[in-house]
Design a protein around this ligand. Structure first.
Ligand code: GLY
Length: 294
């Protein structure tokens, strides 16, 4: 983790907790926290999202609250500074849960959501590929299809989705996540982040969960819902997260990290990857930020 990332995470935690302290709902705290991370350009989400193989950034995000199980998500959205805000609008302003692709972008434009600054030189160069390089790109894409049979290859390249979970003074939990996907992904690829029950879940009868890691593995276990179901049965967050991540490893050779918060405020940050950059704050002292958790 860089110094700038550490400072940004601390800022995000403070901004979310300050809202909770003032009595705001947990969904506001989750959105505010994620927006700081998306806007920073320091993580693989929002302004820092990595491009797909054709050079275009297509981002995924979701948000969910645990009182009425309301949820919203976007997948493959482009040019939006805070994709989590678009997910929140899907939840608040439509009768749907998930909008995808150019029409998700159109939806964000309709609500005049902040636009992302134009991508850096590296991304722009990739967009205007000359023919020879385009052929190379097609070959790379074909190779990637072959590699998709080899989960170990993809596993090494998954990293840096952002997310948050929170519990407010009314006892409502919320969870959210936002990502630019994984390295070397095919145009059109969607991961776990916008899929409710895979990348996020929130239920006042259980708790809140937000996932980071390789979407191709997380989706197949529906990890967030599996953790939430165990919490609903009274299980401890740390034990639950460890057990479900062990199942992920055993069944699909997956790698992931989980933010887990129970309905009574116990929490765990657990990962089966070498590192997971994350933090927590409960309003006293300094926010705790680290890139390894037990
Ligand atoms: N967890 C982020 C992704 O796989 O897209």
């Amino acid at each position: 983790m860089t110094k700038a990332q550490r400072a940004c995470l601390a800022e995000a935690l403070v901004s979310g907790y300050d809202l909770l302290r003032r009595g705001a709902p947990s969904i506001d705290a989750v959105e505010a926290t994620i927006r700081v991370l998306e806007g920073s350009g320091l993580f693989n989400a929002g302004c820092g999202a990595r491009p797909q193989l054709d050079g275009t950034r297509r981002m995924d995000a979701s948000i969910m609250e645990g009182r009425d199980l309301r949820a919203g998500a976007v997948a493959g959205i482009e040019g939006v500074r805070y994709p989590v805000a678009a997910a929140r609008l899907v939840m608040e302003e439509t009768a749907h849960v998930l909008l995808v692709g150019p029409l998700a972008t159109h939806f964000a434009r309709h609500f005049k959501l902040d636009r992302q600054p134009s991508p850096g030189k590296r991304v722009q160069r990739t967009v205007s590929l000359p023919r020879a390089r385009l052929t190379g790109l097609q070959r790379k894409t074909r190779d990637l299809f072959a590699q998709m049979q080899k989960p170990s290859r993809l596993r090494r390249e998954a990293r840096e989705t952002v997310g948050a979970v929170a519990l407010d003074r009314d006892g409502t939990v919320a969870a959210g996540a936002s990502t630019g996907g994984i390295a070397l992904m095919l145009p059109g690829r969607v991961g776990d982040t916008p899929l409710i029950g895979c990348g996020v879940y929130a239920d006042n009868e259980a708790g809140a969960v937000s996932m980071t890691g390789l979407g191709e593995s997380i989706i197949r276990i529906a990890v967030a819902k599996e953790i939430a179901d165990r919490l609903a049965g009274g299980a401890n967050p740390a034990t639950t997260a460890r057990l479900v991540l062990a199942k992920l490893t055993k069944r699909v050779q997956g790698s992931a990290g989980a933010l887990v918060l129970s309905r009574d405020g116990r929490f765990a940050i657990t990962h089966n990857t070498a590192r997971m950059t994350a933090g927590y704050w409960s309003g006293t002292g300094r926010p705790v930020v680290a890139d390894r958790f037990p």
